[in-house]
Ligand binder design. Structure first.
Ligand code: ZN
Length: 290
């Protein structure tokens, strides 16, 4: 499942590649993934893309009039491609963009001059594919009130947001007494963390996924904050190097513990424990996570 680091790369890349271009074609080969009408989809054509950004686990495309929100859920992926490139199976929605009309404002520094950026004069496509069809592409035309589950009122601050200071973290965490793994994945607490990065953060913080927040000492609350920030920052740095130009690929082989059950802990050498519930794995070290 794409999480904050994966989607941060996608948002930066799509913004750098496509902002400042107008949509020239909009198709939904697998319309089940789309929340919106064919008329609304057709009305996207001609609109310039102003910005692509991430909020929690959503990718948002801000057009000159309308807006698109994508929740990729388990298997949704984004591909940046030239119009002639072969489409991957299970392609659900395709937006084709014309030549660049204006330079993208506020493009992330790491994308500047990247070899994978389409030429300003060329067309470029973003394709959303989703083999499990669990994800959703919400068309949000101006003036149409279409609820997007989990997007607006239901989310806490992004886990990497400058607004999430240590003081804000200490204040918010008081309201969540449960187990730490569930806490980190609770989008109402902080947004963007899922099953894989919650394991990584807890390992970095030396805290067990089963620990209850109510049992944490103040310095452990602070350690969890520091581990959240450094783990996400570290992952984003690696993904910037490893993911482009195949933005549809999920790179996870550098993770320290998640899905490495039975292997030695990279910190203390203890064999890592892994349990699965509802087909989601939790991996941790009984040797150094308390
Ligand atoms: Zn260990």
């Amino acid at each position: 499942m794409p999480e904050l680091p994966d989607l941060a790369i996608v948002a930066d890349a799509l913004h750098a590649a496509l902002a400042g271009r107008a949509i020239v074609r909009a198709e939904a080969p697998a319309p089940l993934a789309m929340r919106g009408t064919p008329t609304e989809l057709a009305a996207l054509v001609g609109q310039e893309l102003r910005e692509v950004h991430r909020r929690g686990k959503f990718i948002l495309l801000e057009l000159e009039r309308d807006r698109i929100a994508v929740n990729a859920m388990l298997t949704g992926r984004f591909q940046l491609a030239a119009p002639g490139d072969k489409r991957p199976p299970s392609t659900a929605v395709v937006l084709a963009f014309g030549p660049r009309l204006s330079p993208p404002r506020h493009a992330a520094r790491w994308t500047k001059g990247a070899a994978w950026l389409p030429a300003d004069t060329a067309e470029a496509e973003v394709r959303y594919r989703d083999p499990s069809q669990m994800g959703k592409v919400y068309l949000l035309p101006a003036g149409v009130a279409r609820p997007v589950a989990g997007l607006d009122d239901d989310q806490g601050p992004d886990a990497d947001s400058p607004a999430l200071t240590l003081d804000v973290w200490r204040e918010r965490i008081r309201r969540h007494p449960g187990e730490l793994k569930s806490l980190l994945r609770n989008q109402a607490f902080v947004a963007g963390i899922g099953n894989a990065y919650s394991d990584e953060i807890l390992h970095a913080a030396k805290l067990s996924p089963m620990r209850r927040r109510s049992s944490l000492a103040p310095e452990e609350v602070d350690a969890l904050y520091a581990a959240t920030r450094t783990t996400l920052e570290h992952a984003i740095g690696i993904l910037r190097e490893r993911v482009p130009p195949t933005f549809e690929r999920q790179v996870r082989d550098f993770l320290a513990v998640h899905l490495r059950g039975g292997e030695p802990c990279p910190r203390c050498g203890t064999r890592l424990t892994e349990i699965s519930s509802r087909s989601e794995a939790t991996t941790w070290c009984r040797g150094c996570q308390r």
